[in-house]
Design a protein around this ligand. Structure first.
Ligand code: 5RP
Length: 228
């Protein structure tokens, strides 16, 4: 069922793509449905160029015949369409469940608009039930972990950090970094947490996307609703 909803949201977003658009293309299972829907429109004659947010998305989009470029060639984009792990009523997001948060945030920040595509299970009153991905450089991992724990304690949040993939085989991002997943339950002050995390030297990026998404298509049993 969830897959069907993801596909419906993705197909709705593909309808918003117009001729000549410079498009950021997200990562994850919902974004893959979007790539498939977009590819159908491209096969039908739509002319767009995309910037993928991961190697995984690059491979799929290439395979399906979508013209791609890089942010270096095209540093300003019209629209990014991407999934999310959670979104709140202000359209603040947690992203990075698929490990692509760094490129996803760079691409979203380079875009005039960002549409989130999701099934209804991703909608929450307050972010935090989904573990917050924090991308860190491998060098000094323990020192960085401790600095993050201090920030979480200062903000009254649980300090449970899990190295994605485990110590013996950590998950490595497209940028060559590790991910610490922070099990926070409920983030009361999203902006304060974001500000404190980026100030830690070993933190490359975190999965809080604030003031980036401009619209969400959310699919459920009642069809696809628009959240603005
Ligand atoms: C990848 C992401 C994804 O957009 C997020 O994890 C949602 O994935 P899915 O569409 O598979 O539920 O942020 O880094």
């Amino acid at each position: 069922m969830s897959d069907q909803f993801k596909q419906e949201a993705a197909e709705r977003a593909a309808e918003d793509v117009t001729e000549g658009m410079r498009l950021g293309i997200g990562t994850g299972s919902t974004a893959e449905f979007f790539v498939q829907a977009l590819a159908k429109r491209v096969a039908g004659g739509l002319n767009i160029v995309g910037v993928p947010t991961s190697e995984r998305t690059r491979d799929l989009a290439t395979e399906l015949g979508i013209k791609l470029t890089t942010l270096d060639e095209m540093p300003q984009l019209d629209l990014t369409v991407d999934g999310a792990d959670e979104f709140d009523p202000e359209l603040a997001l947690i992203k990075g469940g698929g490990g692509a948060l760094l490129r996803e945030k760079i691409v979203a920040a380079a875009s005039e608009r960002m549409i989130v595509i999701a099934d209804g299970s991703k909608e929450v009153d307050a972010l935090g039930r989904f573990p917050l991905p924090i991308e860190v450089v491998p060098f000094g991992l323990e020192a960085t972990r401790r600095a993050i724990v201090t920030v979480l304690s200062d903000l009254g949040l649980p300090d449970v950090l899990v190295l994605r993939g485990g110590a013996s085989q950590p998950f490595v991002t497209d940028g060559g970094h590790f991910i610490l997943d922070a099990h926070l339950e409920k983030i009361s002050d999203v902006k304060a947490l974001a500000t404190r995390l980026v100030a830690i030297p070993g933190v490359v990026e975190h999965g809080l996307f604030i003031d980036l998404a401009t619209k969400a298509y959310v699919a459920g049993t009642d069809g696809v609703k628009t959240v603005l």
